[in-house]
Design a protein around this ligand. Structure first.
Ligand code: NAG
Ligand code: NAG
Ligand code: NAG
Ligand code: NAG
Ligand code: NAG
Ligand code: NAG
Ligand code: NAG
Length: 821
């Protein structure tokens, strides 16, 4: 028996630990509409399929490319997004008719905006699919008026709204990667709008192989444009359709060759991006990538690119990896050797060839024909660009990330931390900090409900917000809400580089606020030492003279009792304890939501406390005193079964507020009735109960700040306030002593019973042992159905946690001893 329970404990522990090693669980979840995270929505019945987001320089105006429309949204107000102007840009009925005559679905024929960039201070350049006949136009950024004559969209914008493309405008010139034909099989990377010749790819040798364009980036220091995409890796011809991720480059100074490579890039080169951990299959399909500029004062070579990668193989399906690539590594690969293409067979080899030119080098446009021919055939770098540290920044086994944006955040210790905002397919934004020890998901925020196909993500660092384009409109998400963390311990455990504990104002505040001595431990998340509060694990455990009353739970014997304990975060582990005794798994059932369930018997009456442990920091979440209901008590109903009509004033997260309240309650009742040994709590005061919040963080933060000052350091008030309530403590001590002796007696009784039942089994007349559950009891405890039924049938219990099922288990009454000894 003993061995068995030890084993099951270990198994349970391993079961708990192993997913926490491999699974990345967001510490806190904010669901849609949660008050902990105010999202500002913009939507309008005639705005849908938001595909492009463009922020003005000052970050006060957000331009949105949607279906058949371009909008200018005023985002300078804190609490609202206001529509300034709207440009309708839809195909005519004739265009739509032609589109559907070509066999396209009507739903795909509108004009989906796919290019939206500033051309100069006063003009925006926009392109759309326009009924499978792409068009571009100049839009006045003040008035949102369109120039009269639309531009040709071919080669700048895809025909098909489901094809991905990328575009960037540098110095008034548009660099794009897209398919340039109706059927979608002529991919190009090209340059337009300049006073120089337009350039495009030479398409005789297959410089691109069925690519999916992801992103493009301008590196000013190098005067180069980088394109990111995935394509079929023809160099791996032994695997059928092996997809590889690529980075490619062109130089801004390129004007094409004079005879060879006329009007074609002379500086195009591409290389494989490898997101792969040692001895594992690569995550070969790039989904999104964002650049992180170097820290202030660091060279441009330290620019990093963070990308989301998924795998082509089913082994890794449903997983996403994040890899980072350093610009200096990309440069090294492009200036190294190139693979050689056999012109006749179109097969690649790494045969060493005399180098006539350096492919990828800028300024080759007036090189010799011979050199240009060499460049034309040698465009695939021999080496791959490996991710930084040849490792993955993070892997998620359960989320399909589709978009990301990255920011370096200066923490209180002056170190810069990389924070990723990752959007999942199912509509959650994961805010993740990359640490030496691995990725830590600080929080997840639900930004939309239904999974959606095309989304866009835009970070505004000066305004500390992120914009998400959804099918209904735009959502604005603040990058942090430090005031959500209401205690020092919570502030530190969050490990959010944006937030630190201000010991003077006793609040969790934004770290950027030129604050110096903020309490923060991003790397370790160790509370002690920062909050000068001590984890309860290091305190003396509750000795008889330290035990507070706890919340009173009156029960009748044989009732199923369920005590609840709120979770501080999804990373915390809830643990139930009784003073001086272990919770045997024979009698107690730890339910999945952290609550404890048991049948009220004389042996199970008494005190219970719920401890929450996170990252080595332990705090008391709840204290209950389970007591047998007597007649005197019955006449003064206990609040937790009273209807709670008025709003609940406070909530208890850390134990301390609760304790404090109880202690205060004692003192408020000077004239305790004679013979009433337990201090009853007035109904108003017992409303301080732990309520089951599940993952809904909304409720308990809202209510938790009222007596903040008393517990914000996580300091238990037990010791500090103990002496003031000496009388009560004495009473409690005596009670505890009684409890203890009662327990001892019960134990002796049990042992005796067990011996007897072992020596003299009496099959016909079952001896009822209070320490053993009958199958019926077991079932009653296990059946959560039953418990929830109870829940439903106890309307008065409301949100009170010490839920007592008032339905006495059928058939028990006659059997269970009401007074055992
Ligand atoms: C931050 O959290 C607090 C507490 O939950 C809430 O009252 C406040 O409205 C939140 N602020 C924002 C901007 O989300
Ligand atoms: C436009 O949005 C609707 C609704 O979300 C979606 O079903 C449709 O596929 C979207 N169209 C495109 C081209 O993304
Ligand atoms: C911006 O570009 C447009 C279109 O090329 C041009 O007409 C306009 O003069 C430019 N404005 C400025 C301020 O350069
Ligand atoms: C992730 O994507 C894979 C394949 O597209 C799919 O099977 C899986 O259900 C997705 N997972 C989630 C959590 O959306
Ligand atoms: C190379 O081309 C540039 C124009 O881009 C020209 O000024 C220069 O003289 C040319 N150099 C040679 C060696 O032809
Ligand atoms: C979270 O709590 C709020 C406020 O009581 C409630 O409206 C909402 O339905 C809850 N959400 C979930 C997912 O439980
Ligand atoms: C907080 O506690 C103080 C006593 O410490 C009390 O006077 C005050 O009313 C309490 N505030 C609330 C909102 O309960």
């Amino acid at each position: 028996m003993e061995n068995h329970s030890l084993l099951s404990f270990i198994v349970a522990l391993l079961g708990f630990l192993s997913p926490s090693l491999t699974k990345l669980t967001p510490r806190i979840s904010f669901h849609l509409g949660s008050s902990g995270r105010h999202l500002t929505h913009f939507s309008s019945h005639d705005v849908s399929n938001t595909t492009m987001l463009l922020l003005s320089q000052d970050g006060d105006m957000l331009y949105v490319g949607a279906r058949d429309a371009v909008l200018a949204l005023d985002v300078s107000h804190k609490d609202a997004i206001i529509l300034r102007s709207k440009l309708d840009w839809s195909p005519s009925d004739k265009d739509l008719e032609q589109c559907s005559m070509k066999g396209k679905r009507m739903a795909d024929c509108p004009n989906f905006i796919r290019v939206l960039h500033f051309l100069n201070n006063s003009y925006i350049y926009a392109c759309g699919t326009f009924a499978f006949s792409p068009r571009c136009t100049y839009i006045n950024s003040e008035t949102l008026e369109m120039s009269i004559k639309p531009d040709e969209g071919r080669g700048r914008c895809p025909y098909d709204p489901y094809q991905r493309n990328t575009a960037i405008i540098v110095d008034g010139e548009l660099y794009t990667g897209t398919v340039a034909d109706y059927r979608g099989n002529r991919p190009v990377i090209s340059r337009h709008l300049g006073r120089r010749v337009d350039l495009k790819l030479d398409d005789t040798l297959g410089w691109l192989e069925d690519p999916t364009f992801i992103s493009s980036s301008f590196i000013a220091e190098q005067e180069k444009i980088y394109f990111f995409f995935s394509e079929v890796g023809k160099e791996y011809d032994f695997i059928d359709k092996f997809i590889v991720s690529r980075v490619s480059q062109v130089c801004m100074s390129d004007i094409g060759g004079q005879r060879t490579l006329q009007r074609r890039w002379t500086t195009f080169a591409k290389a494989q991006l490898l997101c792969q951990a040692d001895n594992e299959l690569p995550y070969n399909v790039i989904q999104d990538i964002d650049s992180l500029p170097p820290a202030e004062g660091a060279p441009a070579d330290d620019t990093l690119f963070y990308g989301i990668f998924t795998s082509q193989w089913s082994v890794n399906s449903g997983r996403s990896a994040v890899c980072s690539f350093r610009l200096s590594d990309i440069k090294t690969v492009f200036s190294g050797n190139y693979k050689v293409l056999n012109r006749d067979t179109l097969q690649w080899s790494t045969r060493v060839q005399e180098k006539v030119a350096n492919p990828g080098e800028c300024g080759l446009h007036n090189a010799s024909d011979n050199a240009l021919r060499f460049v034309k055939e040698n465009f695939l770098a021999d080496e791959s660009v490996r991710s930084v540290g040849k490792s993955l920044s993070m892997v998620s086994t359960e989320h399909n990330y589709t978009h990301l944006t990255v920011q370096r955040v200066q923490a209180a210790n002056n170190r810069g931390y990389t924070v990723l905002f990752l959007l999942t397919e199912s509509g959650y934004l994961h805010k993740t900090v990359l640490l030496q020890s691995g990725a830590h998901i600080i929080e997840e925020i639900q930004v939309f409900e239904r999974p959606q196909p095309i989304k866009s993500l835009k970070l505004s660092i000066p305004k500390s917000v992120i914009y998400v384009g959804t099918s209904e409109g735009v959502v604005r998400v603040p990058t942090a809400n430090c005031s959500f963390y209401w205690t020092c311990a919570q502030c530190v455990l969050a490990r959010d580089p944006f937030c630190g504990w201000d010991p003077v104002h006793r609040a969790c505040v934004e770290a950027s606020d030129t604050q110096t001595n903020l309490g923060q431990d991003i790397d370790g998340g160790h509370v002690e030492g920062i909050c000068n509060s001590v984890s309860v694990i290091h305190r003396a455990r509750f000795g008889p003279n330290k035990l507070p009353a706890g919340e009173l739970v009156s029960v009748s014997l044989n009732e199923v009792v369920r005590l609840q304990c709120p979770a501080v975060s999804r990373l915390s582990l809830q643990l139930w304890e009784r003073p001086n005794s272990r919770l045997s798994s024979d009698l107690y059932l730890n339910l999945e939501d952290g609550s404890l369930s048991f049948v009220a018997t004389p042996a199970t009456l008494g005190h219970y406390l719920c401890l929450s442990t996170e990252n080595g920091y332990q705090q008391i979440m709840a204290i209950y005193h389970v007591k047998q209901r007597n007649n005197a008590m019955a006449q003064t109903p206990i609040s937790y079964i009273q209807p709670q009509t008025q709003p609940i004033p406070t909530t208890q997260i850390a134990a301390s507020p609760g304790l404090h309240t109880y202690v205060r309650t004692f003192s408020k009742r000077p004239g305790a009735r004679q013979g009433e040994t337990e201090p009853t709590l007035s109904s108003r005061d017992t409303q301080v109960t732990t309520r089951q919040m599940g993952r809904n963080m909304t409720l308990w933060t809202e209510k938790s700040r009222q007596n903040e000052t008393d517990f914000q350091n996580g300091e238990s008030l037990l010791l500090a306030r103990g002496p003031c309530y000496l009388k009560e403590l004495v009473v409690v001590s005596i009670l505890l002593g009684l409890c203890f002796s009662f327990l001892m007696t019960t134990c002796l009784y049990i042992i005796k019973q067990r011996c007897r039942s072992r020596t003299a089994p009496q099959p016909g007349t079952p001896t009822r042992d209070p320490d053993r559950r009958t199958p019926v009891e077991q079932e009653a405890l296990r059946g959560s159905q039953f418990l929830s039924n109870c829940n439903g049938q106890a309307p008065h219990s409301g949100q009170a946690s010490g839920l007592v099922c008032n339905r006495i288990l059928a058939g028990y009454k006659g059997h269970l001893p009401n007074t055992p000894i």
